[in-house]
Design a protein. Structure first.
Lengths: 167, 250
């Protein structure tokens, strides 16, 4: 394919790819406002980064929950962060389909959540205590401090903890 | 403008908006902190769904009305929510019965709408379905606990069920526009959803030791804008700020 491109086109493609990589890198610094240890890239809510033919930058974001109040803050943070690295006008597009799933949380995102004291999502009925690693835990409420979390308690160390809902 | 699609989006969006407002009134008043958080979370999800649907409705209408204009600057007869959603909260049991009836309806409706020929509506439905199934776990769990609980809790939820049941007729009684939208693949055929809803509802009522009330005619037709007296009072509170200080922002 590359051989069919002119030298100028190849250069433009390479520049766009480098630009995208630069933007992705910058977005890893945008923290979730409610769980600041993970970035929006860790959570899998950045769906795409692309430049159109005129070089205009567009970023696709998907909400975790349709009513999550953090969504608006995230949108603003993305704009401000990208303005800071030289993209004064960024189009932020909401992507609803396919809907966000906790499967999109990256392995490093899961580790950061656990280290922060939030049990990462898992399709198992029992949650593992992020503090003492005991599996002897109980569900206190399916709804926790934010729309994306449920509330648990560890029977071994007795500490309460949040667990990411599996969605 | 596609008038049918606009009004259909209002039926779906207003039902979520009105229910969110009702649920929001529980914040700080629920019987336990966990239930307070749960009802607040449900309200947020319904509000989020309402925003997506009403924003789309405003775009379909094409007269420059956004989600806020539709939510805060329409009068009760212009709201097309199901009359069930606007019924007062009553006690906690009544709130969870209302919630469970609507969750069970939305579960079937959104599952059907996922296949809508309207891609944007299908996307919203797929997102909302995940939330709805989570809501239903909560509301169905409470209907069982209260129905199969003490004599007093059983009596109260059965009474709430008896009062709210006639309004469930409206969930599956298709209006003319719903017929037309089903014919062109935008909306699911309500008649086809009903047996599945009925089956799941019966199953849970048995588990909750509750009796399914007999069907009876219902007095309000929310989808046509004919509401109970409760909606106007609720909107009075919900819209007060924007009506008194038009365009206020903070």
């Amino acid at each position: 394919m590359v051989t069919t491109l002119t030298r100028a086109q190849s250069a433009a493609h390479a520049a766009a790819d480098a630009g995208e990589a630069h933007v992705w890198q910058a977005l890893t610094a945008v923290a979730d406002p409610e769980i600041p240890v993970v970035s929006i890239v860790d959570l899998g809510i950045v769906r795409f980064v692309r430049f159109d033919a005129a070089g205009k930058l567009e970023v696709g974001l998907t909400p975790t929950y349709s009513g999550c109040p953090a969504t608006e803050v995230i949108r603003r943070c993305v704009r401000e962060t990208l303005q800071g690295i030289g993209y004064p006008s960024v189009v932020v597009t909401e992507v609803l389909s396919p809907p966000w799933t906790t499967d999109w949380i990256t392995p490093s995102g899961r580790q950061k959540l656990a280290a922060f004291g939030i049990a990462p999502p898992a399709p198992t009925a029992t949650a593992t205590c992020p503090r003492c690693a005991s599996r002897d835990t109980r569900l206190v409420s399916e709804f926790g401090s934010t729309p994306c979390k449920a509330h648990y308690q560890c029977r071994a160390c007795l500490e309460p903890f949040d667990r990411f809902k599996c969605l | 403008m596609n008038e049918d699609l606009f009004r259909y989006l209002l039926i779906l969006g207003d039902t979520n908006l009105v229910l969110a407002q009702r649920l929001g009134a529980w914040v700080g008043h629920a019987p336990a902190l966990e239930e307070d958080l749960a009802l607040g979370n449900l309200a947020l999800d319904h509000l989020g769904q309402a925003r997506l649907l009403l924003t789309y409705a405003g775009e379909v209408e094409g007269r420059g009305r956004d989600e806020d204009a539709l939510a805060y600057l329409r009068d009760a007869p212009e709201f097309l929510n199901l009359a069930l959603a606007e019924q007062p909260n009553g006690d906690f049991g009544r709130t969870v019965v209302r919630q469970w009836l609507i969750d069970s309806w939305q579960a079937e409706l959104y599952a059907g709408l996922q296949k809508s020929s309207d891609a944007r509506l299908a996307g919203i439905a797929a997102k909302a379905l995940k939330e709805t199934l989570y809501h239903r776990r909560f509301s169905a769990g409470w209907v069982i606990r209260l129905g199969d609980g003490t004599d007093e809790s059983h009596r109260r939820v059965q009474e709430s069920l008896n009062e709210l049941w006639p309004l469930t007729e409206e969930l599956f009684a298709p209006s003319d526009l719903e017929h037309r939208l089903a014919a062109c693949g935008i909306a699911p055929e309500l008649g086809e959803l009903r047996p599945r809803w009925s089956h799941s509802v019966d199953q849970l009522l048995r588990e909750a030791t509750l009796t399914r009330p007999a069907s009876s005619p219902y007095p309000w037709h929310g989808k046509e804008g004919v509401h109970s007296e409760h909606l106007g009072h609720m909107l009075g509170e919900m819209q007060h700020l924007q009506r008194t200080y038009p365009g206020a922002r903070w």
